[in-house]
Each structure stands twice: as structure tokens, then as C-alpha cells.
Design a protein around this ligand. Sequence first.
Ligand code: SF4
Length: 481
Amino acid sequence: MSHSPMHFVPPADFKARARAALDDPKLRQSFRGAMDFLQGKRAAQFPDGDELEHLRDLGEAIRRHVLANLPDLLTQLEARLTAAGVQVHWAETADEANAIIHRIAQSHDARRVIKGKSMASEEMELNHYLAERGIDCIESDMGEYIVQLAGEKPSHIVMPAIHKTRGDIAELFEANIPGTPYTEDVDELIQTGRRALRQRFVDADIGVSGVNFAAADTGTLWLVENEGNGRLSTTVPDVHIAIMGMEKVVARLEHIVPLSSLLTRSATGQAITTYFNLISGPRRPGELDGPREVHLVLLDNGRSQAFADTQLRATLQCIRCGACMNHCPVYTRIGGQAYGTTYPGPIGKIISPHLMGLEATADLPTASSLCGACGEVCPVRIPIPQLLIRLRTEARRDPHETVAHPLRGQGARYSQGEHLIWRFWSGAFAHPFRYRLFRWAATRLRALTPSRQMGWTRHRLPLTPAPRSLADLLNEKGQPE
Ligand code: SF4
């Protein structure tokens, strides 16, 4: 059976999808419940507010240090990995990354790929790309597997199938896994999924994985997971290909420890995950297992655009915990699939414009109340609300205006009329004389304002002066009999 995921749907009709999600009470209820659960689990992991703030300071400092030294750290990582026998590939675009992986697959005459969880591969639509070239790529993370069977995109970066009910999964398994009866028993469903995937690990020619962090000083790829599928995907097949967004590097192996603590506690409310996989090269002579060939694909795909801008660069601090999504009043109501992007929720709103251009994503930064919850829970202190405001500005900037680092799709929502109104407004408010003149004219032209013409003020109750004393009050109400 070949699984080809739904091809990328541009988020252009975001508003229509958000409206449809709001009209779906089942979806809203299941998301609300799941998000409340995750919020509670995260809160329980950080009972000590001081410790949390200290860890956030540390996490932010580590990530900012990475971004201040990114080119050097990537070069160092490449040198360390190459010395250990890992083949490092640089991909500027998702297409380039897909083509690199396809070439590796062709060189091994590979037909079957098993893939651990990797959001970078979702960005690239790797499954779809390989399926079009006759290579079957199966997801081995249970949530990703469910979403793949359904032909959908993940609705959450940590829990891809969180929008599915037990009944939905039971129907999917019954329809897609031969000999599977309908059951809503969670343990049985998990066992069914595990049995279906187990042979896939054995049969796979290539294993693909993501990378949570990579240490430049030791040349170590660090993978965090709970199901053991990541370990199987990276050790059973003869060839392992890791895909990593270029910002995931850190300077030193020891820096990964506090970041992992922040990641697991913020993401799933776990003090620690079941598996940490540390990969530093292919199987060495005398070793009994492990891949004979290891590749790392370093993916840019728009990240260097964010990196070039000193404010938007903070986007790349992200460690993909998903906490901002779990606490966002918009995401918790519409769910992940309404966004139509690989990364939904607040992190999706700030990263997608770099990956896909503002012309395809200009509505996303406006889907926020700017309540600030995302910024408050972010374990590495990304100022998400400020970045949203900046992206809104960029979407409405004159497309012909020359700026130091123009964003792809600058001015996608530009309107000359609106631009003139705001210019007039800022001109009027910039000088006291102009402001007074504007106020003088505005008060005299008030009769022409729509509110007066529409007449809605006629329906307002006039303010009555407060009674001055108890005697006044009694006079108004009348004396008691
Ligand atoms: S932006 Fe912050 S809270 Fe959101 S996924 Fe990234 S690290 Fe987590």
C-alpha cells in the first residue's frame, strides 16, 4: 500500500477554513479539552515560578548565542560530522532538499523509506515528493501515521493527530490496515498501529528522521521522542538521512540539557521523554548494528530571510515545543488545520511568512488578539506579539519601498487608499499645530460623520447626574408610605 499525503494547500482561504472550524462543535470541544489538558500538564511541571524564569533566561541566552554565531557554528558542525563519517548536504530550498534525498535513494535503488517525526520534512512535503517518484515513505510516529492514513496535514507540531477522536482512528485503522476490526480501545489501537509499522522498519531501505538539536562542538545529532520509532528509524535501515532546519545547532553539547528540559516540560508536560537519541556517525568497524551510511540535510528554506533581519531573527530561537499553540485563544478555537500551513498557531504565524512568502500568508499574523499569552509561555522568550505586529506592517508596506532586507511578498496587502489615510493621520498627529487644526476641523465636521448620519447615538440613554444625597434619592423614588 502506498501512502501519498495530501499535497500542500496554500493558506489563502484561511478565513473560510477558520469559519468552518468555528462552526464544528465536535472539533471545538475536542480541541478545547486537549488544550486545557496540556496547559494543566505544563503548569504542573513548573511549580516554582523562579526556577521557570531562570530556565527561560538560560534558554533564551543559549538560543540568542546560537543566532549571533550561526554561520560559524554550522561550519563547525559540518566539520565535526564530516570527520566522523557523516555526509553533510546544504539545501537552500525545500525542492533542493527533496532532490538531495531522492538522489541518495536512487544511489541505493531504494523503494521503501521509514520516517520518524520531522517537521522539516513536512515543510518539504517529502512524502509526496518521493511518492511521485515511486518511493513509498511511511510515517512511523503514531500521530503522523494516523494523519498520513487520513491524507491530512498535522494539526499540531507535537501531537499531529490531536484533532482525531478515538472513533476517527478506529475507522481509519479498520479501513486501511487489513484484518483490523473496529475498536475504540486505546491500547488495542496503539498495538494495531505498532504491529502494522514493525515490519516496515525491517523492510525499509532508508530511515529518515528530524533533529531536535545538534551540538557543534561534538558533532552530535540529538533526537527527542517517546515511542522508540525514532530510534528504530535511525538504526534499523542501512542508510539514515537526518533533516535539520539550520537554526537547530547549538554551540556545546551541554547547552542541550536545559533546552531539552524546557522542551519536554513545555511541550507535553513531561519531566523527561522516554528516549533521547544521540547520533554521531555511521556504524564503526566491529559494531553490530546501526546504519552504514548517515547523511545530514541542512535546510534553509527561508530561514536566512528571518536571520538577516535583526528583529525577525528571534523567530529562529524556537525549539518547537508547541506551548504557544496550546495557550493561544485563536488556535485553541480553530485548531491547526484551519491555518493550512506546516506550522500552525503563533509559531506558524511568525515562521510561515519566511518559508512561504507574505503573499501566501499575510492573513495569518492578523489572526491574533495580541493578548500576549504566546510570548508569556514561550520557553525561549520569543517576543511573538511584537513579531506579529512587524509582519502585519511588512504585509502593508509599499511593495516598491526600498528596505535593507525586504521580505518575500512585501506589500502583499498594500492598499494605496489606506496608505494615504495613514500618512495623513501620522502627519496630523506629528505636530501640535496640525493636530489642533485637525481637531478644530473634525469637531466642526462632526455632523457629517457616519455615526451621526446612521443615527445610532439616538438609541443611547442620556447620562443622568448622580444623586447628590440620600435626600435627593428619596425624593426621586418617592417617600416611603
Ligand atoms: S515559539 Fe516558543 S512556545 Fe512556540 S513553539 Fe517555539 S519555542 Fe515553543
